[in-house]
Design a protein around this ligand. Structure first.
Ligand SMILES: Nc1ncnc2c1ncn2[C@@H]1O[C@H](COP(=O)(O)OP(=O)(O)OP(=O)(O)O)[C@@H](O)[C@H]1O
Ligand SMILES: [Mg+2]
Length: 250
């Protein structure tokens, strides 16, 4: 089954075309990295897929249907700068928000809720569950949002720059959790600025510069000409050693 199918997706903000006729198909049970420079439409793409932004033209399906029908099965983790961190909520409260749809909107999620405890455990944050969100480090906060997404028992995970601002160990841990989810048949679509060998872990890379530059296996998508189109030749030269191995360059 196709987890995401986009056809001619076009998004405009006023006069600015943030996405220009973007088409691609993401198979279920795969991990896709969305890369591209600042302002290339990565966040806009995820926001469109979760239904926060309406396309001016084109269409898309998630999990074989419309986002309105599938919302409960699609988890979205926003870019860090877009989250208001001063909520007086504890870690447990935030993760339990993921359960509201399953439990029912007018019922409280029980303190002993199994899905919430398992999600906290899988994300490695059980020990933080009574802490307040605002007291935590960036890497810890990322894991809380991942735990919330797992508590939702989503089939499609849309994550906006989950690797930004976390250390190498936290990154490894997050990527491990994501590959476990993929093994369970979940689909992960993640934006990143990390043009390193991390990209090797992904089934597909989508290169964006408001229009689709490339979509395919990392070694295909990361070909020099694609990166030059997205980033310009100077920036690509800077990253050359990082991406060489992924792209299979010798
Ligand atoms: N709500 C908005 N109103 C007007 N313009 C917007 C809005 N959101 C994004 N844009 C513009 O749309 C373009 C794409 O933005 P988007 O946030 O999708 O880029 P991005 O690839 O996620 O960038 P970054 O790497 O900085 O996160 C940018 O030029 C941005 O200024
Ligand atoms: Mg963004």
């Amino acid at each position: 089954m196709e987890a995401v199918k986009a056809e001619g997706l076009t998004v405009v903000y006023g006069r600015l075309k943030a996405l220009d006729e973007v088409s691609f198909t993401i198979p279920s049970g795969s991990m896709t990295a969305v890369i591209g420079p600042n302002g290339s439409g990565k966040s806009t793409l995820l926001k469109t897929l979760i239904g926060l932004v309406k396309p001016a033209a084109g269409s898309f399906k998630v999990l074989g249907s419309t986002i309105d029908k599938m919302r409960g099965k699609v988890a979205y983790v926003p870019q860090r700068e877009e989250v208001y961190w001063e909520y007086p909520l504890t870690v447990w409260d935030v993760v339990a928000l993921g359960r509201i749809k399953a439990v029912g909107p007018l019922r409280p999620v029980r303190k002993g809720d199994r899905v919430v405890s398992q999600s906290l455990e899988r994300a490695g944050i059980e020990s933080l569950q009574s802490r307040r969100l605002s007291e935590l480090s960036g890497g810890q906060q990322q894991r809380i949002f991942l735990a919330r997404a797992m508590a939702q028992e989503a089939d499609l995970y849309l994550m906006d720059e989950p690797l930004t601002g976390i250390d190498a160990e936290a990154e490894d841990r997050l990527l491990d959790i994501l590959s476990d989810l993929r093994k369970e048949g979940k689909t992960i679509v993640m934006t990143t600025h990390d043009l390193s060998s991390t990209l090797e872990l992904f089934d597909n890379v989508l290169v964006l510069k408001n229009r689709l530059i490339a979509f395919g296996r990392p070694e295909e998508a990361l070909k020099t000409e694609n990166l030059v189109q997205a980033y310009g030749s100077e920036r690509v030269a800077m990253h050359l050693s990082d991406v060489r191995r992924v792209a299979g360059w010798r």
